[in-house]
Design a protein around this ligand. Structure first.
Ligand code: PAF
Length: 281
């Protein structure tokens, strides 16, 4: 496993490997790796000859400075984990390698950033698009792997990949959960013992909400989810929205055919967690 900080050297390595006919799978991360990340690496290693993992806490996607400062940074531990799996290159650049100068690009996300994370974290998806497009230029992968916990992020990345003309397949991979249902997230390690004991209520409520189309309207289901979670003193729901999975537009009735996804963001003290659930009929 090679650990690189230079974008130029990484590009040279992958271009050379591609010229030998090797396929490149890419897993971009912000580090503090958990089993969710390791499952993305596992998918990448099954589909590709070479796996590249990036670790970079991207400042431009944080709309809250406190969240950026608190974000866990444990590179040595991450590298130990990566040594035990199929990872050929770790790219862990310094900030000036990714942003040598200000990047003023703007992106057109259509309606995708008008709701949920886009609405509540202004500038977040622009920051994601800035860094992911830079990483795609450097790594030039055939396939890139993203977790469905960030359901809206996957939709946004698919959109910009097409819009910017990258010939990269975006592979979205299922959420990996702790035994009590909590969606795995790097931010989970910031939770106190008491917060951690309470946050499984988020996924428990989402799982129960899946039964609601039989007995409640969309609006009643949204109210029920928000009320149920907010009754817990550790938690404060920022939003719970039920959207059409194909275009992220909020739905007003259950309808029939399209995939529906309930997406939630919850503040637990100063930690912000997200999760989502697909509704089946
Ligand atoms: O999902 C993440 O960890 C980040 O948003 C990503 C895709 C690595 C970009 O910084």
């Amino acid at each position: 496993m090679k650990i690189l900080k230079s974008a130029e050297i990484l590009t040279e390595e992958v271009v050379n490997l591609k010229s030998q006919g090797k396929s490149i799978g890419f897993v971009p991360t912000m580090g503090a790796l958990h089993k969710g990340h390791l499952s993305l690496i596992d998918y990448a290693s099954r589909d590709n000859d070479i796996v590249v993992v990036s670790i970079f806490v991207n400042p431009t996607q944080f709309n809250d400075k406190g969240d950026y400062d608190r974000y866990p940074r444990i590179l040595e531990k991450d590298i130990e984990k990566l040594k035990k799996v199929k990872c050929d290159f770790v790219f862990s650049p310094e900030e000036n390698e990714m942003y040598p100068e200000e990047d003023n690009r703007e992106f057109d996300f259509g309606k995708l950033d008008k709701v949920m994370e886009g609405e509540h974290r202004p500038g977040h998806f622009r920051g994601v698009a800035l860094i992911v497009s830079k990483l795609f230029e450097i790594v030039k992968p055939h396939k890139a792997y993203f977790g469905e916990k960030d359901f809206q992020q996957v939709a946004v990345i698919k959109h910009i990949t097409k819009q910017l003309g990258f010939n990269i397949e975006i592979v979205s991979c299922p959420i990996i959960r702790e035994n009590d249902g909590l969606a795995m997230s790097s931010r989970n390690m910031l939770l106190s013992k008491y917060q951690r004991a309470n946050v499984s209520l988020i996924s428990k409520t989402l799982f129960e909400a899946r039964e609601m189309p039989k007995k409640m309207t969309v609006s009643e289901t949204k109210d029920w989810v928000i009320r149920t979670i907010n009754e817990n003193p550790y938690m404060d729901v920022e939003y719970f929205e039920i959207v059409d999975g194909s275009n992220l537009e909020p739905i007003n009735d259950w309808g029939q055919d399209e995939e529906k996804v309930g997406c939630i963001a919850v503040h637990v003290g100063n930690i912000r967690l997200i999760d989502n659930i697909r509704f089946y009929f």
